[in-house]
Ligand binder design. Structure first.
Ligand code: F6R
Length: 240
């Protein structure tokens, strides 16, 4: 059963989601967080940074990000690594050695995916933060007739390219490919928190929670997990 929590605004929702992460961090001496990027996740990072400023100790935290665009170096303003630096890593004490990211500029992308999986297999994700695409993607596991369990290179769907064009000068500048963690690593996380806000996510949120499990709507896979919480606002929950 997916737990649903609905908040008046995205700030409150971010505080709730970050407090779930805080509980995990406080329970463990070393905590492994799986992290997402995108505009929905910003209130989560704002709240987590605030908690750290108020005394939460993140020294023992290790992080794995879900995905990265192919071709963008880590200092590119639209790379996901840069997003994380801006919203979290530059503001809290998480050691650089404990931050893991797929490298979208690797010469051999397949080898890079294997490298990421090899690191991942030595860790257990205690907490996985997710956003959701309007097409139902999680990470960059795009709708398809099949889903891949391991980290892989994915061709971004038209929907995703159009929706992410808002961050680039034009749609043509959006990278066509990304590296993403597969559904196995996501589903093996002990706890999953998916955040979604706004009317444009309402339909897909309802399908993810109540619809049939299908690979062309990857977020429906979350119904198979024991501990998933959807953190929503009134708009994104309006079709439930
Ligand atoms: C990014 C990621 C994606 C986003 C999703 C929602 O790391 O994993 O699945 O979470 O595309 O993006 P926003 O929040 O920008 O609508």
């Amino acid at each position: 059963m997916i737990k649903i929590r609905i908040f008046d605004n995205t700030k409150e929702a971010g505080i709730y989601a970050a407090s779930l992460a805080e509980q995990v961090i406080l329970r463990n001496t070393s905590t492994v967080l799986g992290l997402a990027t995108g505009s929905t996740s910003i209130p989560f990072y704002d709240a987590l940074v605030r908690f750290c400023n108020e005394g939460l100790n993140c020294n023992g935290v290790t992080t794995f990000n879900l995905d990265e665009y192919v071709g963008l170096p880590s200092n590119h303003p639209q790379s996901y690594r840069h997003f994380m630096d801006v919203h979290l890593f530059s503001k809290v004490k998480i050691s650089d050695m404990n931050i893991y990211f797929p490298d979208g500029t690797a010469a051999d992308l397949k080898a890079e995916c294997n490298r990421y999986d090899n690191v991942l297999k030595d860790y257990e994700l205690d907490f996985q933060l997710l956003g959701i695409g309007t097409n139902g993607h999680i990470g960059f596991n795009e709708p398809s007739h099949l889903l891949l369990s391991n980290t892989h290179v994915v061709s971004l769907s038209k929907d995703t390219i159009q929706s992410n064009a808002r961050f680039f000068q034009s749609e043509l500048d959006v990278p066509r490919q990304a590296i993403t963690m597969g559904v196995q690593a996501i589903l093996q996380a002990k706890q999953i928190v998916l955040m979604a806000f706004g009317y444009d996510k309402a339909k897909v949120v309802a399908q993810a929670v109540q619809g049939q499990i299908r690979t062309d709507l990857p977020a429906t896979m979350l119904q198979l997990h024991r501990d998933v919480t959807f953190v929503l606002d009134a708009k994104s929950s309006s079709e439930l």
